[in-house]
Design a protein around this ligand. Structure first.
Ligand code: FAD
Length: 309
């Protein structure tokens, strides 16, 4: 079976980790062709060709494919779809914008956030905020699937796939780029960071959220937050971890002043080591924590920050 995998390309560069993890998931389905699309995508295509398990790379460069507009990329994928049984991508924000459009245009279902491949038609994915795993089978002729990258190891390097330039399809003209407003940060990106330090409602104010940021900076970590912390204005919206925020699976997740509601756990419980600091020893976060510290965060966090590094 033939698989078309949409590479994650940002500003002309390949997001290697996300793409290589999706390649691991995709290669169990069949022969993998990677599509690198963007205003500039040649370098991303060359990088994708080196991922082990990739048979071929298609590079589509066109101004209409820049600025992360989903509609022209979806049109391009649909124009290529005739040759593939599976159209897949890492479950990134961009792919979650593009692949449902592809599925709708092909009149098939989309299977999002797949965590395991059972067979060519059957996939596992989490439901109910990660509290149950659903096995879902598609009878559609084409399967459109996004893979949750935290569940797959990245395919190694050492491939040497052929790279072919293709042209973009006609821009459907449904959307137009106006501007990007990008939050600048020197910290690692939340979803790919090795360490995440998150603060919750217990932190109490935007001012005191600096305690979380200082510890994160000492550890070279990304900063995360619970929804309560975001809703209370302590932390920016794009830092939210959880069911309606980002899904992270770092090597180390430090939850500070976070109770551990299921909607928060849905975004972080696959972290390799979980550390919780909470003054309430009954807080549910301790049920998933590998290391728990029952303490007042205003005392424990500055002390910890001082002692680290
Ligand atoms: P709380 O539950 O209020 O917990 C605060 C914790 O801080 C307590 O355990 C307390 O003991 C501790 N604390 C207080 N003071 C201190 C101190 N001085 N020192 C140490 N510890 C202290 N939540 C998310 O996080 N992400 C989501 O994506 C998300 N999506 C949701 C989607 C839906 C549909 C719904 C209904 C809810 C969602 N929620 C989400 C909200 C979720 O249910 C919880 O309300 C939220 O996670 C609670 O955040 P919290 O743990 O920071 O706050």
């Amino acid at each position: 079976m033939a698989v078309l995998l949409l590479a994650e390309v940002t500003n002309g560069e390949l997001a290697l980790d996300a793409t290589a993890k999706a390649v691991t998931a995709a290669k169990s389905l069949g022969d993998v062709t990677v599509l690198a699309a963007g205003a500039s995508a040649a370098a991303a295509g060359d990088a994708a060709a080196k991922i082990e398990g990739v048979s071929k790379v298609l590079v589509a460069e066109d101004a209409s494919l820049g600025h992360r507009l989903a509609e022209p990329t979806a049109a391009l994928i649909v124009s290529l779809a005739g040759d593939y049984e599976h159209i897949v991508a890492p479950a990134t924000t961009d792919a979650k914008n593009i692949l449902p459009r592809v599925a709708a245009l092909l009149d098939v279902m989309v299977i999002s956030d797949a965590t395991a491949v059972v067979d060519g038609a059957t996939f596992e994915r989490p439901i109910y905020a990660g509290n149950a795993i659903q096995t879902v089978k598609s009878n559609d002729a084409k399967k459109v699937v996004t893979f949750r990258t935290a569940n797959f190891d990245a395919a190694g390097e050492g491939g040497s796939a052929a790279v072919e330039a293709i042209s973009a399809s006609d821009n459907p003209g449904l959307s137009e780029w106006v501007e990007d407003k990008v939050a600048e940060s020197d910290r690692p990106e939340l979803t790919s960071a090795g360490i995440v330090v998150s603060g919750g409602r217990g932190v109490g104010s935007e001012e005191d959220f600096q305690l979380i940021e200082k510890l994160a900076d000492k550890l070279g970590a990304a900063v995360g937050a619970s929804r309560a912390a975001v809703d209370s204005g302590y932390a920016a919206n794009d830092l939210q971890v959880g069911q309606t925020g980002k899904v992270v699976a770092p090597d180390l997740y430090v939850a500070i002043g976070i109770s551990g509601a299921i909607q928060h756990l849905a975004g972080m419980k696959d972290s390799k080591i979980i550390v919780a600091i909470n003054k309430d020893e009954e807080a549910p976060i301790f049920q998933v924590a590998d290391y728990g510290l029952v303490a007042d965060l205003f005392q424990a966090v500055p002390e910890l920050t001082e002692k680290v590094g």
